[in-house]
Design a protein around this ligand. Structure first.
Ligand code: AMP
Length: 433
C-alpha cells in the first residue's frame, strides 16, 4: 500500500485512460464551436449561497452533497463551496458581467470538474466531469430542440447510438401548483404503501417522487395523475412546439412523465439522456431543462434560459463498454460559414432544419432562432463574422433560398439541396483564416 492515495471518490486518469477522454473532449469542443456555444470558465468554488439558491435549498445536492470548504486563514466571512454543477455559477457570471446587453440568447459552453460530497460508489464520484451547455435569453421552443439535438449528436459522435433522449414538461408557476395539489392528494390515498424516505419527500418535494426508483413508488406512480393533463395553454403549446421541432429534425425521443426537476425556477421542458440496460447509476448519462426563473432568483432581470449537463465519467465508461467504434466528427471552426435567417420570424422550424442538415455534413452553420425581423437577423449574422446568410422564404419557389454574400452585399437564388456542396467549396476556397 503506498503512503498516499487519491482521496476517496476521486481518481487519476492516466495517459492511457485519457485517450478516450480526449476524443470526447475534442468532439464536445468541435460541436460547441459549430453550434455557436462559446466557452466560459467560472471558479471551481463560489459563495455557497450561489448554490443554495441556484441549486435549491431542498435538493439532495444541497442537503447532503454540497462540498463545503472553509477558508483556513484570511478575512473572508462568506462560506464557500466547490461547484456541484455549472449552471448556478454561469448564471451568477451572466448577471455580474451584464451579459444581457449582448445579443440574446447568450450561448455558453463549459467543460470541467464538479464536486459532490456524496458516498462514493460505481459511477458516482466526489470529483467528476460535466459538459455543460446553456442558452440564456431565449424563451424557446426552437432553442429547446436545438439543445436536445446537440446532446443527441454528441453521443452519436462518440459511437453511443444506443443513448435515448427522454422528454417531459413540468409546466410553470401558473399550472404546476394545481398539478402538485392533485398529485399530493393522490399520494395521500396511498401513503400506507410509501417507503420512509418518500414520506419526507411528500412534504418537501412531491414532484421528485415521480422519478423514484423504489419499486413500491414505481408501482404507485403508474397510476399517478399526469402533468400533461394539467398544463396551462401556453405550456401545452410550448411542449407541442418542442416536439414539432424535434420531429422536423428527425430526433427520436421518448415521452417520459418521470423526468422531473423539483425546484420552482425550473419550467416546462425537461429531458434526460439514458443508456438503457446499464447497471446501477451508470445509465443516466446527462440531462437538462428550462429554468426560466433562475436568473431572477440570483438577482438578475427575469430571463428565460435552458441548458444541459452531460456526465463525462459515465460517457467515457460507456465508450469503453461499447464494442462498436464510433466515428468522431473532425471539422472545426469557431465562426459559422453561414447563418440561416428567414423572412418569416416565426418559421424557426425551417431555419433550424436547414442548419441541422448542413451541420450534419460537417459545416459550421448557425440558425437564427430568435423571432426577430429579417434585418435584425442579418445584422446578427454580420456580427457573428459569418460570410454568408441563407435567406429562407422570401417569396421564392419551394426549395430555393437566397444565398447572400454578407461582405459583397449581393445575393442569388440557390436550391437547398445544392447548399452543402456550394458552402463547402466557398469554405475551402477561402482556406484557413
Ligand atoms: P445532474 O447535474 O445531477 O443532473 O447530473 C447530470 C449528469 O452528471 C448525470 O446524468 C451523470 O451522468 C453525471 N453525474 C452526476 N453526479 C455524478 C457523480 N457524483 N459522479 C459521476 N457522474 C455524475
Amino acid at each position: 500500500m503506498p503512503t498516499f492515495q487519491a482521496p476517496r471518490g476521486t481518481r487519476d486518469l492516466l495517459p492511457a485512460d485519457r485517450v478516450l477522454w480526449a476524443r470526447a473532449e475534442a468532439s464536445l469542443r468541435d460541436l460547441a464551436a459549430r453550434y455557436g456555444y462559446r466557452e466560459i470558465e467560472t471558479p471551481l468554488f463560489e459563495a455557497s449561497a450561489v448554490f443554495e439558491r441556484g441549486v435549491g435549498a431542498v435538493t439532495d445536492i444541497v442537503e447532503k452533497e454540497l462540498f463545503r470548504v472553509s477558508p483556513s486563514r484570511g478575512e473572508e466571512r462568506e462560506p464557500w463551496a466547490l461547484r456541484p454543477e455549472a449552471t448556478a455559477g454561469i448564471v451568477r457570471a451572466y448577471i455580474e458581467h451584464g451579459l444581457h446587453t449582448q445579443p440574446q440568447p447568450v450561448r455558453l459552453s463549459l467543460y470541467g470538474a464538479m464536486f459532490r460530497y456524496d458516498r462514493p460508489q460505481a459511477g458516482r464520484y466526489r470529483q467528476f466531469y460535466q459538459w455543460d451547455i446553456e442558452a440564456i435569453g431565449d424563451a424557446g421552443p426552437a432553442i429547446d430542440a436545438e439543445i436536445i439535438e446537440l446532446g443527441s449528436r454528441f453521443y452519436r459522435s462518440l459511437g453511443l447510438a444506443m443513448v435515448e433522449a427522454r422528454l417531459n414538461t413540468i409546466g410553470d408557476p401558473v399550472c404546476r401548483p394545481g398539478y402538485l395539489k392533485a398529485l399530493t392528494a393522490y399520494y395521500q390515498t396511498r401513503i400506507g404503501e410509501f417507503p420512509d424516505l418518500a414520506r419526507t419527500r411528500l412534504v418537501s418535494n412531491p414532484l421528485r417522487l415521480l422519478d423514484s426508483k423504489d419499486p413500491a413508488m414505481v408501482e404507485i406512480n403508474r397510476h399517478a395523475p399526469s402533468m400533461w393533463d394539467h398544463l396551462c395553454d401556453p405550456c401545452a403549446e410550448h411542449f407541442a412546439a418542442v416536439r414539432v421541432h424535434l420531429d422536423a429534425l428527425g430526433i427520436p425521443y421518448r415521452l417520459s412523465p418521470e423526468i422531473v426537476r423539483g425546484l420552482d425556477y425550473y419550467t416546462r421542458t425537461t429531458f434526460e439522456f439514458v443508456r438503457p440496460g446499464a447497471e446501477g447509476q451508470q445509465d443516466a448519462l446527462g440531462g437538462g431543462g428550462r429554468y426560466d426563473g433562475l436568473v431572477e432568483l440570483l438577482g438578475g432581470k427575469p430571463t428565460p434560459a435552458i441548458g444541459f449537463a452531460l456526465g463525462m465519467d459515465r460517457i467515457v465508461h460507456a465508450m469503453q463498454e461499447a464494442t462498436a467504434e464510433g466515428g468522431a466528427a473532425s471539422a472545426d471552426a469557431a465562426v459559422p460559414i453561414a447563418v440561416i435567417v428567414g423572412a418569416d420570424p416565426d418559421d424557426t422550424v425551417t431555419r433550424l432544419r436547414i442548419a441541422t442538415d448542413l451541420r450534419a455534413t460537417g459545416l459550421a452553420v448557425r440558425a437564427d432562432l430568435a423571432r426577430r425581423k429579417l434585418g435584425r437577423q442579418l445584422e446578427a449574422a454580420v456580427r457573428d463574422g459569418a460570410r454568408y446568410a441563407v435567406i429562407v422564404g422570401d417569396e421564392l419557389p419551394d426549395g430555393l433560398v437566397q444565398l447572400r454574400d454578407l461582405g459583397a452585399a449581393s445575393q442569388k437564388p440557390v436550391a437547398v439541396s445544392a447548399l452543402a456542396a456550394l458552402l463547402r467549396r466557398k469554405a475551402s476556397a477561402a482556406g484557413p483564416g
